[in-house]
Design a protein around this ligand. Structure first.
Ligand SMILES: [Zn+2]
Ligand SMILES: [Zn+2]
Length: 326
C-alpha cells in the first residue's frame, strides 16, 4: 500500500488520510462513517477492527475471538471489494440504521447485496449491532418511518435489579412509552421487553405473542401489553430451553420454567384481564415478569452453567460499561 492508494471505502481519498487513522484508534463520529470503516476493514483484511466494532448483540459476535478473526480473514481473502453505495442513513443520539449496497467479487463472479445495518452507540462509541440482508440492489430495505428506539439498560445497570413501582394510571405518557418500547423490541429483534430494560422502573412489559401452532419463535404475532401483572398457579409440569435477553447480549442458557401460568394484569385500555397461558408465550411472560422484580434469566441457571458463562458475562459487562475492547 502506498500513500496515494485510494481508500476502499469509496471516499475517493487516499487510505492514509481516510480510514487509516480510524483503523488505528480514532473514534468515528457517525454510524455511517463506521459503516464505511468496516467495509474498508473487510477489504483490507483487518479482522481486529471488525471485532472491536461489533456489538455483543450481533449474530456475528463470537466469544472465540481467534475463530472469529480467522473467519473474517477468510472472507476478506476470498472477496474483492469493488464498491460501496450508501442508500440511506438515519441516525439518533444512540441508535442508527445505514442501508447500503456492497458490490463484491467472489470466485470470479460479481455479487452484490443490500444490507440495512443497525448501530448502537455505547459509552460514546458506535458499534455494529445487526444487519438485514437482501440479494442485489434492494432499496425496499430502507425504513421509511423515523426511528424511535430507546436506549437499553445492560447487565450491570442497577435498574435491572430494582423491584419496579406499580403503574398508578394509564396516561398518554404510558401509551407513548409502549409505542417506543414496541419499536425498540422490534428494532433489536426481541420478542419481549420490560420497562426497566429501557430505564423505566415501572411494572410494565410487552411481548410479541408467538404465532399459534408454532412452538418456536416464528413470524411476529400481535403485541400484548401487561401492566401491574401478577403470576399465579404455575403448573407442576416444567420444561427447559435456552433463553437470551436484550440486556445480556450474546449470552444464552438453559432455564427451567413451568409449562403453564395464570396471569392477572391490566391491559393498555385499563381493563383487568386474567389468562391461563402455556408454552412459549408463558415463558416470555415469566422472563419479562422477572425483569420487573429485579430478576434476570441468568439467576435461574444451574450453578455449573452459571459458572461456565461467568467469564463471558463479565467480558460483555466490561465492554458495555467501561468501553473495554475485546
Ligand atoms: Zn476510507
Ligand atoms: Zn430479558
Amino acid at each position: 500500500m502506498t500513500k496515494t492508494t485510494t481508500c476502499p471505502c469509496g471516499s475517493g481519498h487516499p487510505y492514509l488520510t481516510c480510514c487509516n487513522p480510524f483503523h488505528k484508534g480514532l473514534a468515528p463520529k457517525t454510524a455511517e462513517k463506521l459503516m464505511r470503516l468496516r467495509y474498508s476493514a473487510y477489504a483490507l483484511n483487518l479482522p481486529t477492527y471488525i471485532i472491536k466494532t461489533t456489538h455483543p448483540a450481533s449474530s456475528q459476535f463470537n466469544h472465540d475471538l481467534s475463530k472469529w478473526s480467522h473467519d473474517v480473514s477468510e472472507f476478506s481473502q476470498h472477496t474483492i471489494f469493488k464498491s460501496l453505495e450508501i442508500l440511506d442513513t438515519q441516525e439518533q443520539d444512540h441508535f442508527a440504521t445505514v442501508t447500503f449496497v456492497a458490490h463484491l467479487e467472489q470466485d470470479k463472479k460479481d455479487v452484490s447485496f443490500t444490507e440495512r445495518s443497525t448501530f448502537e452507540k455505547i459509552k460514546g462509541k458506535w458499534l455494529y449491532r445487526s444487519g438485514l440482508l437482501s440479494a442485489g440492489h434492494a432499496p425496499n430495505l430502507i425504513t421509511t418511518n423515523q426511528l424511535r428506539i430507546l436506549p437499553l439498560a445492560y447487565y450491570g445497570d442497577p435498574i435491572l435489579r430494582k423491584v419496579a413501582e406499580p403503574v398508578a394510571k394509564i396516561t398518554d405518557k404510558i401509551r407513548a412509552l409502549v409505542e417506543e418500547m414496541t419499536e425498540t423490541m422490534d428494532g433489536c429483534n426481541g420478542i419481549g421487553l420490560a420497562a426497566p430494560q429501557v430505564h423505566h422502573s415501572i411494572q410494565l412489559f410487552i411481548i410479541r405473542k408467538p404465532e399459534e401452532s408454532k412452538s418456536e419463535q416464528g413470524k411476529p404475532g400481535e403485541v400484548k401489553v401487561f401492566i401491574n401483572p401478577t403470576l399465579s398457579e404455575p403448573s407442576s409440569e416444567k420444561w427447559t430451553t435456552s433463553e437470551g435477553c436484550l440486556s445480556i447480549p450474546s449470552i444464552h442458557g438453559d432455564v427451567e420454567r413451568p409449562k403453564e401460568i395464570t396471569v392477572d394484569y391490566t391491559d393498555l385500555e385499563g381493563v383487568l384481564q386474567k389468562e391461563k397461558i402455556s408454552g412459549w408465550e408463558a415463558r416470555i411472560i415469566m422472563h419479562e415478569n422477572d425483569h420487573i422484580n429485579g430478576i434476570l434469566f441468568i439467576d435461574h441457571l444451574s450453578k455449573i452453567e452459571r459458572r461456565k458463562l461467568e467469564p463471558f458475562i463479565n467480558a460483555i459487562c466490561k465492554q458495555i460499561h467501561n468501553g473495554t475492547e475485546l
